[in-house]
Design a protein around this ligand. Structure first.
Ligand code: ATP
Ligand code: MG
Length: 411
């Protein structure tokens, strides 16, 4: 025998017994997002590498370490590590700015990041996400957060925490960056290597560090004083306050977290995450925020935007496992030819139906039926001759014989 080939590290098969949960989640996404006027968009999994370098930002871990890139005909191509950049590219390329604002889009699909695989972290994983273009007012941020919460509720997940923060605008953030750098300067040598790199390139992202020694430095009183200072300008503060009023009025509970900065470069003003305490250390199911400069950065007209992405594996791991759905009917018959025709009639009536294809004994067929179906449709020689079938309800044991054309009245 040849050696077996295994799935790549950090990737997983989604097996038939788990697919129900995926379909359930995707259907709910469609139902809930449609209610708010969002339309699905499907963009390619491969894009030119430059899209992510410019869109996600070349100071991020994603672009620096995690992209699956390859050369083809002298072009550098990348498997998408996230889908906001792709959706923005499509928005610009297809002239969606001519549509009346807001343009509301949602997507689902596989993303690829070369990360260290661990619980809650894969190299191929799936996201469902939304983007709303054209509205700068905080009502848009609030609608997107409300919709995320309602989607999670529709899946039966209520025990989640919403965290919010405002990163201000590029102007007010500049001053904060300078202050943060100067207060952290004495500790520079104690910071982890990643943080030392971020120190010059993107000091805000230091606050996102998960390394314990770095976290301890951020807890120092003088560093806390800078983190907790109200650095955002008046306009940004007003935007943030209005957002909170919307969330209060919609009864969305949230926690303000000054350390929440998000891993991607494109955010400004609102950022948010939704976390679950039942997920261990990879506890974020949803991350999002406002990115008013990205469309312009990728060559479009300046357009405000806000969105989020959720990790589907993490979401699905929180759901109660559903029992696999049973078939409506399993046909029990020793006449395979007749059963074959009846099975197709039942399917045409809309019932999920299987039959025995391999001439097993009648009793074996009945056993199988009771495992996989809600009804056994029995077609013995007597039934065939009389033009009837016997329908057995496999949970109550009740059995009725009817003419074939009346079968719908029992099932
Ligand atoms: P994290 O801090 O967990 O790495 P992130 O900031 O990199 O998250 P985003 O890029 O905003 O995450 O993606 C949004 C969501 O996608 C995350 O909240 C998470 O649920 C999910 N996600 C991100 N990376 C992975 C991964 N490697 N495997 C599984 N899910 C992921
Ligand atoms: Mg990450």
């Amino acid at each position: 025998m040849s050696e077996i080939i295994k799935v790549l590290k950090g990737t997983k098969d989604i097996l038939p017994q788990d697919v129900d949960m995926w379909q359930f989640t995707e259907k709910k996404a469609w139902e809930v997002f449609s209610k708010y006027g969002f339309k699905e968009i499907r963009t390619p999994i491969i894009e030119v590498t430059e899209l992510f370098a410019r869109g996600v930002g070349d100071t991020t871990d994603i672009v620096n370490k995690e992209m699956y890139s390859f050369e083809k005909s002298d072009r550098s191509i990348t498997l998408r590590p996230e889908n906001t950049a792709g959706v923005v590219r499509s928005y610009i390329e297809n002239g969606m700015s001519r549509l009346s604002a807001p343009v509301k889009l949602w997507y689902k699909g596989a993303m690829f990041r070369y990360e260290r695989p661990q619980a809650g972290r894969q190299r191929q994983f799936h996201q469902v996400g939304v983007e709303m273009f054209g509205i700068k007012q905080p009502a848009a941020d609030a609608e997107v957060i409300l919709m995320a919460v309602n989607f999670l509720k529709s899946l039966g997940l209520c025990d989640l925490e919403v965290e919010i923060n405002s990163l201000g605008c590029p102007k007010c953030r500049e001053e904060f960056k300078t202050k943060l750098k100067s207060v952290l300067k004495p500790y520079y040598n104690d910071l982890c290597e990643d943080c030392q790199n971020r120190y010059e390139k993107n000091p805000l992202r230091l606050l996102d560090c998960k390394v314990e020694d770095c976290k301890k430095i951020f807890e120092k009183p003088e560093v806390q004083a800078v983190i907790n200072s109200d650095f955002i300008c008046e306009e940004c503060a007003q935007h943030y306050n209005e957002l909170k009023t919307y969330l209060d009025r919609a009864n969305i509970k949230y926690v303000e977290n000054k350390l929440l900065v998000r891993g991607l470069d494109y955010y400004n003003r609102t950022v948010f995450e939704i976390k679950s305490n039942n997920l261990g250390s990879q506890n974020a199911v949803c991350g999002g925020g406002r990115y008013d400069n990205l469309v312009e950065q990728l060559g479009g007209e300046s357009t405000p935007a806000v969105g989020f992405a959720m990790g589907m594996e993490r979401l699905i791991s929180l759901l109660d496992k559903k029992e696999a759905a049973k078939l409506d009917c399993f046909i029990v018959s020793n006449n395979t030819q007749e059963a074959f025709i009846l099975a197709e009639e039942l399917r045409n009536m809309g019932y999920t139906t299987e039959m025995d294809l391999s001439n097993k004994k009648f009793t074996k067929q009945l056993e199988k039926a009771s495992k996989v179906a809600n009804y056994a449709v029995i077609l013995g020689e007597d039934e065939i001759n009389a033009g009837v079938v016997s329908v057995k309800n496999l949970s109550t044991g009740e059995q009725k014989t009817v003419k074939r054309e009346y079968i719908m009245e029992i099932l």
